[in-house]
Design a protein around this ligand. Structure first.
Ligand code: SAH
Ligand code: SF4
Ligand code: F3S
Length: 554
């Protein structure tokens, strides 16, 4: 609907960030415009997360605030998208009639139609009904119980596949912004059913995208100047695509059968025949998109990670030495209750194996590992918790997200295991673990002093943006991003030119990342900084503190 203005705010993980980008691209191609201010919007969309209760509460409070805007502007359409929409279902619209549209993550291809319907219906409602502001027009697309029925899987995959394929490269990206980095989905959904987790319910069953589609998307992004790609999947290393017949032609390089990636921990007997394994996919992406300087992937599952993948990572220079591989806990008893399917010693074995293949500080390529931990899972004792501390000390993550267990309705843990660890104990363990991790992160940063790294330059640091008087609030031409797990030093849509224009000093602080995902700050001459963003440059580290390194260009 041309001319209508959309406010889109995103919560949750990288999957949601990518979904928002695709949705925004689709709406922009239909003539919608974007605004960073709710007050100016005709359509307000929240792309939501359900993983912890706190994530949902943020959205509830946003919706509460909207009630007032809507009474001023009853034709305004409000949509809740993503995991919370799928988990809460249409009950949410009864509870919050300010909401007109609900769309689950597996139905986003239908969103333009839902919005279009809602806009029209609201308009006639406003004309007919003086109380229109308090009424929802209820336009919804949710997978509901269909999400895990195999008969609907192929169809759901196909229609959603269009959304990823239709990706118009960042129509929402204002000229001169720093978007050299892109996410590409390789797997949707999750089949693991960890007992605490809503994702298998909100995102549905695991579906692997055809390798030809992924390679094509990466090549197109590369052609548009994207130099850094992060592949996304909930258990990304489980990627495996079975071909019906010998396909994948269209100029895509195949690894030599029987030669590449032999390894002791290979588990896929069919690899190299009619199956594209995760190792095959990484290799093919590396070979087919040489202008992509950095290729990484999240999130790795600590099981089923073959030597074949580690060998490809070792041998392909543009594959990053970075793994996000959450352990969740250091206690075997807790792992079992969480249904994670591995033991602490298996986790440790994997970490050692990954370091054996990939840790090469002598060539400026140390392996950096990050993780996630849940504290206060039901029945967790002090002894269990001590084992988690031990795991942190042993693994030495460069960074680790630590979460307090949040019981989620519909999950096995919610139904079967009472949430018996008091909040005060969760908080205490959370703080204790944060202290351990920040000491380790600090040590790892200090260990880098004197080393040289190739860093990919992202743009002026947060500090430089602030010093220039520009707002550091993330805003991408109207698409608001509120994302956990991103560095505060990562500039978003603030253009480099705008920062440089406002910088009077002779040097300006820039930030970049090592291929192990460590943040590096350095000073650049203001007069020569205009083209730095997106470049790979070598820096020598002079200082390390907390999560940041400081260095100088060499
Ligand atoms: N697929 C990824 C995780 C996706 S969810 C994996 O298996 O590692 C991101 C993180 O949120 C999880 O790693 C977990 O640490 C945390 N998380 C998920 N559900 C949670 C819950 N109910 N309470 C607290 N933290 C949770
Ligand atoms: Fe959730 Fe477990 Fe799937 Fe990760 S692997 S998304 S924690 S169910
Ligand atoms: Fe949240 Fe859904 Fe991602 S629950 S973490 S937005 S997959």
């Amino acid at each position: 609907m041309p001319g209508r203005r959309v406010y889109l705010e995103t919560f949750g993980c990288q999957m949601n960030e990518l979904d928002s980008e695709l949705v925004a691209g689709q709406l922009a191609s239909l003539g919608y415009q974007f605004t960073p201010r709710v007050a100016e919007a005709d359509v307000v969309l929240y792309n939501t997360c359900s993983v912890r209760e706190q994530a949902e509460q943020k959205v509830w409070s946003r919706l509460g605030e909207l009630r007032e805007s809507k009474s001023d502007k009853p034709e305004m359409v409000v949509g809740v998208l993503g995991c919370m929409a799928e988990r809460d279902g249409t009950d949410l619209m009864d509870r919050m009639p300010v909401v007109d549209v609900m769309c689950g993550p597996a139905e986003l291809d239908k969103l333009p139609l839902l919005i279009d319907n809602a806009v029209r219906t609201r308009q006639s409602l406003v004309t007919d009904d003086p109380n229109a502001a308090t009424k929802s027009v209820k336009s919804a697309a949710l997978q509901g119980s269909a999400s895990r029925r195999s008969g609907t899987l192929a169809a759901a995959g196909d229609s959603l596949e269009y959304l990823d394929l239709s990706r118009s490269v960042s129509p929402i990206d204002p000229a001169g912004s720093l978007n050299k980095s892109a996410y590409v989905r390789i797997t949707r959904g999750c089949n693991k059913f960890c007992t605490y987790c809503v994702v298998p319910f909100t995102r549905g069953a695991e579906i692997h995208r055809p390798p030809a589609h992924i390679i094509d998307e990466v090549k197109r992004l590369a052609d548009q100047g994207v130099t850094e790609i992060t592949l996304l999947g909930q258990t990304v290393n489980h990627y495996r695509f079975e071909h019906d017949s010998a396909l994948v032609s269209n100029g895509i390089t195949q690894p030599q059968k029987g030669q590449a990636f032999k390894g002791g921990h290979r588990r896929d007997p069919l690899a190299g025949s009619n199956v594209t394994t995760f190792a095959d996919l990484l290799y093919q992406l590396h070979e087919n998109a040489p202008s992509v300087q950095r290729l990484r992937f999240v999130t790795s599952y600590p099981r089923d990670f073959g030597d074949d993948v580690l060998e490809v990572m070792r041998d392909c220079p543009r594959l990053c030495r970075y793994l996000h591989v959450p352990a969740q806990t250091g206690s075997d008893r807790m792992l079992k209750k969480m249904n994670r399917g591995y033991t602490v010693s298996e986790y440790n074995e994997f970490i050692d194996r990954a370091r054996h293949y990939l840790h090469q500080p002598e060539i400026g390529r140390p392996l950096m590992i990050s993780g996630d931990i849940i504290v206060g899972f039901p029945t967790e004792t002090n002894e269990d918790f001590d084992k988690t501390v031990e795991l942190l000390e042993r693994t030495r993550y460069k960074s680790c997200f630590i979460f307090k267990y949040s019981p989620r309705p519909g999950t096995v843990a919610y139904d079967k295991i009472p949430d018996d660890v008091p909040n005060a104990v969760k908080r205490e363990r959370n703080n204790a673990l944060l202290a351990v991790q920040s000491r380790i992160s600090d040590e790892i940063s200090r260990e880098q002093v004197g080393n040289e790294f190739d860093i990919m330059i992202e743009g002026p640091s947060q500090h430089a943006i602030k010093a220039s008087g520009l707002s550091t609030k993330k805003a991408n031409n109207g698409v608001q991003l509120t994302i956990g797990g991103k560095s505060a030093d990562e500039p978003d849509a603030v253009s480099v030119a705008a920062v440089l224009e406002r910088t009077e000093a002779e040097t300006v602080q820039f930030s970049g990342r090592t291929d192990g995902d460590q943040i590096v700050m350095f000073d650049a001459p203001t007069a020569k900084a205009a083209d730095l963003a997106g470049q790979i440059r070598r820096v020598r580290i002079t200082e390390g503190a907390g999560l940041s390194l400081f260095g100088e260009l060499v």
